[in-house]
Design a protein around this ligand. Structure first.
Ligand SMILES: C[S@@+](CC[C@H](N)C(=O)[O-])C[C@H]1O[C@@H](n2cnc3c(N)ncnc32)[C@H](O)[C@@H]1O
Length: 252
């Protein structure tokens, strides 16, 4: 476990994505810099060391509550926010994203990059909707199965690590069944995957040199190798959703 933190603390982000991808998702929801009179109130769930929070605060002037279970990621987030001059906009909230702090009237935006699966995709949809104001937006990025079937090594790896892996269509249907308006969705570009595994592999080299080989480091290397050998069999889909405004269409 310690090796896992050692590696992820040294990476710019802990999941697949990029600032450009975050801004792309926001723009599909009509959330673009410089167009709001009041500040955007946002919740970043499973924030890690805070890439989405930093993007929201520095590009949108948003006020963000960043929820993260692990204090060491929050410490990194606080430091990065101070360096970027946006620490007054970001509250680092240590705790469980299953029960984030509520905001009177609801949040304008909830963003969960690579984290919903940790609660279970449908459970996350169910829990987070009441936290949004009517018309508020939810951005979730989620690993999806693209190849049918997966090659045997990928089936074995993801079967062990994410047995609930589903296709983008299944997730779309789940968003709608949970009572969200599905505004748009798109696949994260390959360049975000490349950047993630490039960063991971360079930290892994350093980790082995300083700490020696371990089962955790081997598992991370195996994941990077699998990505390189089987890119395209799985993807990351970004769902851009809204809590409906009208009571009659709010659904589940
Ligand atoms: C795959 S990482 C994504 C981090 C970040 N959103 C990003 O894209 O770089 C998932 C994060 O969720 C955090 N996490 C896991 N379970 C959590 C929980 N129940 N409540 C809050 N955070 C949690 C992990 O510590 C980790 O930082």
């Amino acid at each position: 476990m310690e090796d896992l933190f050692w590696v992820f603390e040294r990476m710019p982000r802990q999941g697949i994505g990029s600032r450009a991808t975050t801004l792309q998702a926001l723009s599909r929801l009509g959330i673009v810099p410089g167009t709001r009179e009041a500040p955007l109130h946002a919740l970043d769930l499973g924030a890690g060391s805070g890439e989405a929070s930093l993007t929201l605060a520095s590009r949108m002037g948003a006020e963000v509550v960043a929820v993260e279970l692990h204090e060491r990621f929050l410490a990194a987030l606080r430091e990065r926010a101070a360096q970027a001059g946006v620490d007054h906009l970001i509250e680092a909230w240590p705790g469980d994203m299953a029960t984030p702090p509520e905001r009177p009237g609801g949040y304008d935006l909830i963003i969960a990059e690579g984290s919903a699966y940790l609660l279970g995709f449908e459970e996350a949809l169910r829990r987070w909707k009441p936290l949004l104001r009517p018309g508020g937006a939810l951005v979730i990025s989620e690993l999806v199965r693209v190849a049918d079937p997966l090659s045997p090594p990928m089936a074995a790896f993801w079967g062990a690590h994410y047995p609930d892996l589903a296709t983008a269509d299944v997730r779309r249907a789940q968003c709608e069944a949970a009572g969200y308006e599905r505004v748009d969705d798109f696949q994260i570009p390959e360049s975000d995957w490349e950047a993630f595994y490039e960063a991971m592999e360079s930290v892994l080299v350093e980790a082995r040199r300083r700490r020696g080989e371990s089962a955790v480091l081997q598992a991370l290397q195996r994941e990077a190798d699998l990505y390189r050998a089987h890119a395209g069999e799985v993807g990351y889909q970004v769902y851009c959703l809204r809590r409906p405004v009208s009571v009659s269409s709010q659904g589940a």
